[in-house]
Design a protein around this ligand. Structure first.
Ligand code: SF4
Length: 390
C-alpha cells in the first residue's frame, strides 16, 4: 500500500506502510513527508548494524530500507552517509558488510563511516538523572541531522528497541556498556539503564525516525530472538511518536516502556497515540503482537540456571548463541548431579560454588567457579574453558 496519498502536516505525524517489498515500503513512508528542510544539509543515516548478522535474521536493519533512505534524502538535496558504532567486541565495518548495508551503500555511492574510528566528544547532560555525561561519536554531532533507522525488536533489558534506543549506537566504542553498569536508582518505575536512555535522549535525539518492521525480532531480542516478518516500515520526525506507533504495531503500549514514558514526561517527544496523527487511517490493522522478551534466560534452557544481574546484551548474546550451539552437551562438563550454574553481569554479590562465570564483570567470583575472561568473551573461549575442566 502507499502511505503517501494523504500528506502528514504536523511534527508529531507518523506514516506507516505495509508492503512485501522493503525498498518500496520505505520509499512510500518517506514520500509521505516533505524532506525539503534537508536540502543542502549533511545527513547521517544511522541504521542498526550492531552485530555481524546476515539480512533476514531481524538482527540488523534491512539493507533495502537503508537504500530507500539514501535515495530519498539524496533526492531531497542532502549529502548522506551511513554510520554505525556496534556493540562491544564487534568490528563496525565487518558488521556493516555482513548486514548487507555496506553493499547497498557502495551501490549507491554513499560513504560508510566507522564511528568508532575517531576519538569521542564528551557531552554533558545537565539534567541527567542516571548519567551526567556521555562519550559520543563525533559524527553524531557534526552532521546537520541524524536519521535513526532501527529494526523493530524486543529487548531483554528495555522491552523494545526502536528509534530512540538505536541512538545508543552513537555512543563511542565500549562506553555503551557504561549504561548497563550504573548503580541502582531510587525509583521503582524504571531501572538505571532505562533512565539513562531517557537521559541520553535529552542530548541525542534523532531528527527523523525510519523504523524497519519488514522483518523484526521477537522473544529473546535484541540478538537471539526469532525473526518476525511484519512487512511494515514506520516513519516520522518525532522519534518518540514514531516509536509509540511501532510499539502499538508490536502489541506494546509505549507508556509501559519506561525510557519512552520518562522521555515523554520530560517533553522530548509525544507517545500518546491520541495526540499523534498516523497515516493511513487503518494503520492499526497492520499490527501483529511480538512475543515479549523473557525476564529470565533460563526459560529456554531448563537444565541450566543462568544468574544474570546487570549484564549487557553483548554477554547475553554470547551466552545464548553458545547455549544454542552447545547446550545439549553442557552436562558432560559438569559433575553428575551437580547443578549447572552460569553467571553473567556485574551485579552479583555471590554465586553458587562451581558457577561458570562468563565475562570480566564476574571476575571477582572466579574463586567460587571458573572464569571465562573477556568483555565479552567469544563462544569458543567458553568451550575451551569447559573442556579444560576435566
Ligand atoms: S563482561 Fe559482559 S556484561 Fe560485563 S561489560 Fe563486558 S560484555 Fe558487558
Amino acid at each position: 500500500m502507499n502511505a503517501g496519498s494523504i500528506l502528514p502536516t504536523d511534527a508529531t505525524d507518523v506514516a506507516v506502510a505495509e508492503d512485501a517489498d522493503a525498498y518500496r515500503a520505505a520509499r512510500s513512508v518517506l514520500a509521505a513527508f516533505s524532506l525539503d528542510a534537508y536540502r543542502g544539509k549533511r545527513v547521517l543515516l544511522k541504521p542498526n548494524a550492531g552485530r555481524c548478522s546476515p539480512p533476514g535474521t531481524g538482527v540488523n536493519t534491512n539493507p533495502q530500507v537503508v537504500a530507500a533512505a539514501i535515495d530519498s534524502f539524496t533526492e531531497a538535496g542532502a549529502t548522506v552517509a551511513v554510520g554505525e558504532s556496534p556493540i562491544t567486541g564487534v568490528n563496525t565495518l565487518e558488521a556493516l558488510e555482513t548486514s548487507g548495508i555496506a553493499a547497498v551503500a557502495r551501490e549507491h555511492e554513499c560513504p560508510l563511516i566507522d564511528m568508532d574510528a575517531r576519538h569521542y566528544v564528551e557531552v554533558e547532560i545537565p539534567n541527567g538523572e542516571a548519567i551526567t555525561h556521555l562519550k559520543v561519536c563525533p559524527e553524531a554531532l557534526e552532521f546537520d541531522s541524524v536519521v535513526s533507522i532501527p529494526v523493530m525488536k524486543t529487548h531483554m533489558h528495555t522491552g523494545v528497541t526502536l528509534a530512540i534506543k538505536n541512538m545508543k549506537g552513537c555512543l563511542w566504542r565500549r562506553s555503551k556498556v557504561d549504561l548497563h553498569m550504573l548503580p541502582a536508582q531510587d525509583r521503582k518505575d524504571a531501572r538505571s539503564l532505562e533512565i539513562a536512555i531517557a537521559d541520553m535522549a535529552s542530548v541525542l535525539r534523532p531528527d527523523f525516525a525510519l523504523i524497519d518492521g519488514t522483518i523484526g525480532m521477537e522473544g529473546l531480542g535484541p540478538s537471539a530472538g526469532t525473526p518476525k516478518p511484519l512487512g511494515v516500515v514506520v516513519a516520522g520526525p518525532d522519534g518518540f511518536a514514531t516509536d509509540a506507533v511501532a510499539c502499538h504495531l508490536m502489541g506494546r503500549n509505549a507508556e509501559e516502556v519506561p525510557y519512552l514514558r520518562l522521555g515523554a514526561e520530560r517533553g522530548y517527544g509525544i507517545i500518546d497515540l491520541d495526540r499523534i496523527k498516523v497515516f493511513p487511517e487503518h494503520w492499526k490493522s497492520f499490527a501483529s503482537p511480538f512475543e515479549a522478551a523473557p525476564e529470565n534466560l533460563a526459560i529456554e534452557f531448563p537444565d541450566v540456571t543462568i544468574h544474570d544481574d546487570q549484564s549487557c546484551s553483548a554477554c547475553q548474546s554470547t551466552l545464548l548463541l553458545f547455549l544454542r550451539k552447545h547446550g545439549a552437551e553442557l552436562r558432560e562438563y559438569f559433575p553428575e548431579n551437580d547443578p549447572i550454574n552460569i553467571a553473567i553481569g556485574k551485579g552479583h554479590t555471590e554465586v553458587p560454588e562451581g558457577t561458570l562465570c562468563i565475562g570480566n564483570c564476574t571476575a571477582r567470583h572466579r574463586k567460587q567457579g571458573k572464569l571465562v575472561a573477556g568483555c565479552p568473551p567469544v563462544g569458543s573461549a567458553i568451550l575451551k574453558n569447559l573442556q579444560a575442566r576435566d
